[in-house]
Design a protein around this ligand. Structure first.
Ligand SMILES: [Fe+2]
Length: 133
């Protein structure tokens, strides 16, 4: 399993492509940390960073979609919030010592991100491109 960025994830909106790349980078960092068997506190920092950056990225996307009157905004928001809920729950369990970060979780994050980019994010691209012409 790899969390490497690939050109096929490019959606064509520079700002969000850069942010998606950074998200892959952070998942990669977490994966490296899992492989190295780092301590809970080190892992916790990486999870925090990932969660924080995910929040930043999601809110920027949401702001753009909302401001431009994107018709599928509610659904998009729902997907973001579902993921955030899962990551927060995971982080709380991890910080409380109730769970460990596994490669399975890494797989879940990479799958979520690639599916979300390729299916849900890609849908807003023609809409935004039309508006910004
Ligand atoms: Fe999104």
């Amino acid at each position: 399993m790899s969390a490497d960025w690939d050109e096929k994830f490019t959606i064509g909106i520079e700002e969000f492509d850069q942010q998606h790349k950074k998200l892959f980078g952070l998942i990669n960092e977490l994966e490296t940390s899992v492989r190295q068997g780092n301590s809970r506190s080190v892992m916790s920092k990486v999870v925090d960073e990932l969660l924080h950056y995910t929040l930043t990225h999601f809110s920027q996307e949401e702001k753009t979609l909302l401001e431009n009157g994107y018709p599928d905004y509610e659904y998009h928001l729902q997907e973001h919030n579902d993921l955030l809920g899962q990551v927060r729950e995971f982080k709380n369990n991890h910080d409380a010592g109730k769970s460990v970060i596994t490669m399975e979780l890494m797989g879940f994050l990479v799958n979520w991100l690639t599916n979300h980019i390729n299916q849900t994010d890609r849908k807003y691209v023609p809409f935004l491109q039309k508006i910004n012409k």
